[in-house]
Ligand binder design. Structure first.
Ligand code: NAD
Length: 494
């Protein structure tokens, strides 16, 4: 493991304030974000008061009711396509800020920016294609089913893919004709505010249709969740927080979409292309330092390939270049914060106490890691099935390996947690892929691949991984209400 990259001298502090970005409902108090690789200050972002949340809801409400936005799909498409184009022109700046604020490697940050642009473009196209249905019901009677925007949507988003997960909610919400108030995670506000500023500068976007609120989840986040003027919460984050959000939103009976945590199985059968499966397994857990909701954090190996596969994967983990994400040679960056490093470290201690650690198991604290939040890529075998490390989401670079001998056992192990977000499946047997894919309870099943997302394709969770779907047509329709208009030329009554 090496870290030879020398970071640039000082990172210019990005000042994001009310004057610069009028869509940000915020006062002068600032929230600071820090580079998780170096501890350097990255940005000061103005925070919002509870009163400013109320004001943002009022202006979103006015914009939604009084502008043509909700009835003009072509306008929405134009605004969204132009946003995508402005983001494309700033791909490198956005990627660099994302790495600085979140810690992921610059290649992964670039990928996140590009997939966010692709997501905007997909939804821009959909803005003109939100169709309902119609039916001739009986002589002189017609029914028309319309899809109308929900109204005012609050998008509350996490820090791990801050740009992508914000845009994954904002783009379809806008495409469907809603007004949106965004609350980014407090660890990564600057990247979200910077990207939204590129949208807000569009002269055709009615003032108030997009607003941003910055601050803690427990204060301004809770105000959004409980506010009577908000019609829908699109929440992405931890399962415990999501359940709480749903309870808090219940009093005002809001629509709620929840994209929550996972403990996803990645199943490798002996008949798979093992070279591809090896690279896939490494990517599934160590990409973005394991801070991905869909991380393949449980590797299920068929008995006959277990020992050799584990040893080869462990060697790859030991050889990984861990360091500052801005160094192009870095394969795995830091964890997002010192607090999150401690959470992950608590799980590594369980690995050391209850299992056999075959790679990592160490906190990286000496130079060049001493100013950041680094944990070595860790692989653990031989854990008891009821270990917390087997059942709970770690959200870090800690892989649990489990062994199976039959297909049925693989499926049972795969389904043995409270989560159901994603699953990887490596086999050359098409019938098996079909069977296992149908029997595993998860919103996404990757067959002979892992971690590939498409704006066109739905994502979401079974069980405690969520409610509803994002992306794709279903993701767009989540942001709509269904209305039946009934036309009767000669009504009869009884
Ligand atoms: P988190 O739940 O702590 O926070 C998510 C967002 O909710 C933040 O903006 C936070 O400020 C806000 N929030 C917190 N408490 C709130 C409250 N009481 N009311 C309203 N808002 C509140 O999650 P995190 O630590 O930022 O993100 C990591 C988690 O997100 C992991 O569990 C991960 O699996 C999950 N996640 C899920 C998906 C998915 O698509 N299913 C994607 C990414 C991350």
């Amino acid at each position: 493991m090496t870290a030879t990259f020398t970071p640039r001298g000082s990172w210019a502090t990005l000042k994001v304030n009310n004057g610069l970005h009028p869509f940000l409902s915020a006062s002068a108090d600032a929230l600071s974000s820090y580079d998780p690789a170096t501890g350097e200050l990255v940005a000061n972002v103005a925070t919002s008061t509870l009163g400013q949340v109320d004001e943002a809801v009022d202006s979103a409400e006015r914009a939604f009711r009084k502008s043509t936005w909700r009835n003009d799909g072509a306008l929405r498409a134009r605004v969204l396509f132009r946003w995508a184009e402005r983001m494309r022109q700033q791909t490198e700046e956005l990627a660099e800020l994302l790495t600085r604020e979140q810690g992921k490697t610059i290649g992964q940050a670039r990928g996140e920016v590009l997939s966010s642009i692709s997501m905007i473009e997909y939804n821009a196209g959909q803005a003109r294609a939100i169709y309902g249905r119609s039916a001739a019901l009986k002589e002189g009677v017609h029914g028309v089913v319309l899809r109308e925007p929900v109204g005012i949507v609050a998008a509350i988003t996490p820090w791990n893919y801050p740009l992508n997960l914000t845009i994954r909610a904002v783009a379809p919400a806008l495409a469907a004709g809603n007004a949106v108030i965004v609350k980014p995670a407090s660890l990564t506000p600057a990247i979200v505010i910077k990207a939204l500023a590129l949208l807000a500068q569009d002269n055709d976007l009615p003032d108030g249709i997009v607003r941003a609120i910055v601050g803690s989840g427990g204060t301004v986040g809770d105000r959004l969740v409980t506010h009577e003027g908000i019609n829908m919460i699109a929440f992405t984050g931890d399962s415990v927080t999501g359940i709480n959000v749903m309870k808090r939103a219940a009093d005002s009976l809001k629509n709620v979409s929840l994209e929550l945590g996972g403990k996803s199985p990645n199943i490798v059968f002996a008949d798979a292309n093992l070279e591809k499966a090896l690279v896939g397994a490494e990517n599934a857990i160590f990409s973005s330092a394991g801070q991905i909701c869909t991380a393949g954090s449980r590797l299920l190996l068929e008995e006959s390939i277990h020992d050799e596969f584990v040893e080869r994967l462990a060697q790859r983990a030991r050889d990984m270049n861990v360091g500052d994400g801005l160094d192009p040679a870095t394969q795995m960056g830091p964890l997002v914060s010192a607090g999150h490093k401690q959470t992950v470290w608590d799980y590594v201690e369980i690995a050391n106490a209850e299992g056999t650690v075959v790679a990592g198991g160490r906190s990286l604290d000496d130079s060049p890691y001493d100013k950041g939040n680094f944990v070595a890529p860790t692989i653990v075998t031989d854990l008891p099935a009821d270990s917390r490390l087997v059942r709970e989401e770690v959200f870090g670079p800690v892989l649990v390996v489990q062994k199976f001998s039959t297909e049925e056992e693989a499926v049972n192990i795969a389904n043995s947690t409270d989560f159901g977000l994603a699953c990887g499946l490596w086999t050359s047997d098409l019938d098996r892929a079909w069977r296992v894919g149908r029997n595993v309870e998860a919103g996404t099943i990757w067959i002979n691949t892992y971690h590939h997302f498409y704006g066109e394709m739905e994502v979401g969770g079974f069980k405690k991984s969520g409610i509803g779907r994002q992306q794709g047509v279903e993701g767009l329709l989540e942001f709509t209400e269904t209305k039946h208009l009934n036309f009767d030329s000669n009504p009869t009554f009884w």
